[in-house]
Design a protein around this ligand. Sequence first.
Ligand code: SAM
Length: 377
Amino acid sequence: MAFQRNGAALAARIDAPSLPLDTILLGDCIAELEKLPAASVDLVFADPPYNLQLQGDLRRPDQSLVDAVDDAWDQFESFQAYDAFTRAWLLAVRRVLKPTGTLWVIGSYHNIFRVGASLQDLGYWILNDVVWRKTNPMPNFRGRRFTNAHETMIWASRGADAKGYTFNYEALKAGNEDLQPRSDWLFPICSGAERLKGLDGRKAHPTQKPEALLARVLLSASKPGDVVLDPFFGSGTTGAVAKRLGRHFIGVERDRDYAAAATARIAAVVPESEESIAQAPAKREAARVAFATVVERGLVPPGTRLTDERGRHEAIVRADGTLGFGAVIGSIHRIGAIVQGREACNGWTFWHVAEGRTLKPIDAFRDVIRAEGALAG
Ligand SMILES: C[S@@+](CC[C@H](N)C(=O)[O-])C[C@H]1O[C@@H](n2cnc3c(N)ncnc32)[C@H](O)[C@@H]1O
């Protein structure tokens, strides 16, 4: 049953008009996903029941009761029952994922290993496991174990041969001071003003995830206008972040109160400006620029001596945009491969120009020309 549709003015391409976009479906996720068209969603974020194995009440040193997750939705009779449930929803998700789509599942040591085994058994292909390290984890009150300070997210494609999934590598790297994005993420747990509260002042949902975590997931593995499905919607963190970042969401939640809290939350979200969330083109999609153009434009003039990053190999730039290595003449890629004795080489990142005491990859000059094109366009 469609619970709510928010009127978010998402500047989005709508691939599948029959999808209940920007809607929370009230019901069991397996039954609700069966009603969706196959191969229709770009990204799934799933925060399933953890199946916490609590052994009695948990108390702080002052004997106050810890507000642990002891809700009925998190209880399963046995590991076998949990595995059967996991396989059922993983199968339902796999059917609705586009061939290029990917799945993120978050969990703790209570469930993530079981979920990981099931998804591999069903044909999914694990791309990464990302560790969310909590800056402010709940202490281990009994002092009998390590503080449980992280959760794990498995990121998986539909199968080993799945191609074309979204990974915004260049944008992530640029946002990380040009360092490769890593698989360990540091965020606080959700607290303060971000934490939804009921009229009684108590948490509206026991396991609300931080928006920053969801924003990193969506910015890493989706594009504006994509359809993001969350089969365990809870307080609607996925929907709130999707709306803010110009993605569509479909949420499934079987608890009416949680769905109501999520509806109110999402209605209050103001989307970011289109300009601030527009997709950065991946390098391989960016306009093609020949090295000859870089030379013709005088950015790397004929006669320039190029070297690799460590100065072990060198070649001379020729006026026609080829490189000379002794008597051998060829493209930046071919000469890069020859000097290293390799089959192939990306000459744009291999060859560098000395600028004072530093070395600059010739790719930087290609970017200058692309930026001019973007300004002109
Ligand atoms: C771990 S919580 C998700 C919390 C959410 N990520 C957030 O930030 O608020 C799991 C949610 O899944 C819901 N749930 C459990 N089993 C379900 C099912 N079979 N179908 C739909 N929702 C279910 C629970 O009611 C709970 O709200």
